[in-house]
Design a protein around this ligand. Structure first.
Ligand SMILES: O=P(O)(O)OC[C@H]1O[C@H](OP(=O)(O)OP(=O)(O)O)[C@H](O)[C@@H]1O
Ligand SMILES: Nc1nc2[nH]cnc2c(=O)[nH]1
Length: 231
C-alpha cells in the first residue's frame, strides 16, 4: 500500500475531518482542487479512488481491522466460557474458513477443529431450503463440547439442520458462533450463542462469503451491487 493511501485511510478512519486533510493531500498531488469540496467523503470513496475497493461492491460494512477486533472479543468470550474444557470448533465449509482460522488463534485454550460441508445456496442469493451434507466430520462427537462456526445465519435453515443433526450424536454440549447474523430474514426461531455483527437484509460478500464462488478472498465484508446478481 503506498504511503499516501495509508495516510488517507488512517485519517479517514479517525474522523470526517480527516477527509479534509485527504483532499489537501490529493490536491497537492494533482496540482489543485479538481473536485469541489466534498464533506460527504467516505471510506469507500477513498478506497475507490485508489482502486482498492472491488468495483462490484456497493458499500463496505466491516473493514479488515473491524473484523479482526470483533473476532478478538469473541475469542475472549469463548476462552472465558470454556475454562477447563477443550472445545471442538466445527467450521462449516466453505464460507467459515477465514473466520474459523482467525477465531481459533485468539482462543486461549487447547481447541481442536473439524470441518463439515453443507450447501443450500449453490450459485444463488436465495436459500434452496434444502440442506445437504457434502462432507461429514472426520471424528465422532460423543462427549465433546462442540461449537458450530458459521460465517452467516440468514434464514436459519442451515443451522436448524446442523443443530438437529449434530445433537443426535451424543455431544456433551453444542453452541453456535457466527460472524454475521441477519435476524430480519429468519424463517426458523434460532439464535446464535456468539455473534460477531448483526447486519441488515442485504446480500454480503467477502471474508469467506461468496456469490457464485467469487469474492471470498476480499479482506472486508461488503454489500454486493444488485446489478451483479440481477444480470
Ligand atoms: O441461514 P441460511 O439461510 O441457511 O444461510 C446460511 C448459510 O448460507 C451460507 O452457505 P452456502 O450454502 O452459501 O455455502 P458456502 O458456505 O459454501 O458458500 C452460509 O455459509 C451458511 O451456511
Ligand atoms: N454470500 C452470502 N451468502 C449468504 N448466505 C445467506 N446469506 C448470505 C449472504 O448475505 N451472503
Amino acid at each position: 500500500m503506498d504511503s499516501d493511501l495509508f495516510f488517507a485511510l488512517r485519517l479517514t478512519a479517525l474522523s470526517q475531518s480527516g477527509m479534509i486533510f485527504y483532499m489537501l493531500l490529493a490536491s497537492e498531488k494533482r496540482g489543485g482542487f479538481r473536485k469541489p469540496l466534498q464533506f460527504s467523503f467516505s471510506l469507500e470513496y477513498v478506497l475507490e479512488e485508489y482502486g482498492v475497493m472491488h468495483e462490484d461492491i456497493k458499500e463496505i460494512l466491516f473493514s479488515a481491522p473491524e473484523i479482526a477486533n470483533r473476532i478478538q472479543e469473541l475469542g475472549k468470550e469463548i476462552t472465558r466460557d470454556y475454562q477447563g474444557r477443550q472445545p471442538l470448533l466445527i467450521g462449516i465449509l466453505k464460507g467459515a474458513v477465514p473466520f474459523i482460522a482467525d477465531l481459533m488463534r485468539v482462543i486461549d485454550l487447547p481447541v481442536s477443529y473439524d470441518l463439515m460441508a453443507v450447501s443450500s445456496y449453490g450459485a444463488s442469493t436465495k436459500s434452496s431450503g434444502t440442506v445437504r451434507i457434502l462432507k461429514d466430520l472426520d471424528a465422532a462427537l460423543e462427549g465433546r463440547d462442540a461449537i458450530i462456526v458459521e460465517d452467516i445465519v440468514d434464514t436459519g435453515l442451515t443451522l436448524k439442520y446442523l443443530l438437529e443433526n449434530l445433537r443426535s450424536r451424543q455431544v456433551n454440549s453444542l453452541k453456535v458462533c457466527t460472524l454475521l447474523d441477519k435476524p430480519s430474514r429468519r424463517k426458523v426461531a434460532i439464535q446464535p450463542d456468539y455473534n460477531g455483527f448483526e447486519i441488515p437484509d442485504k446480500f454480503v460478500v467477502g471474508y469467506g462469503l461468496d456469490y457464485a464462488e467469487n469474492y471470498r478472498n476480499l479482506p472486508y465484508i461488503g454489500v454486493l451491487k444488485e446489478a451483479v446478481y440481477q444480470k
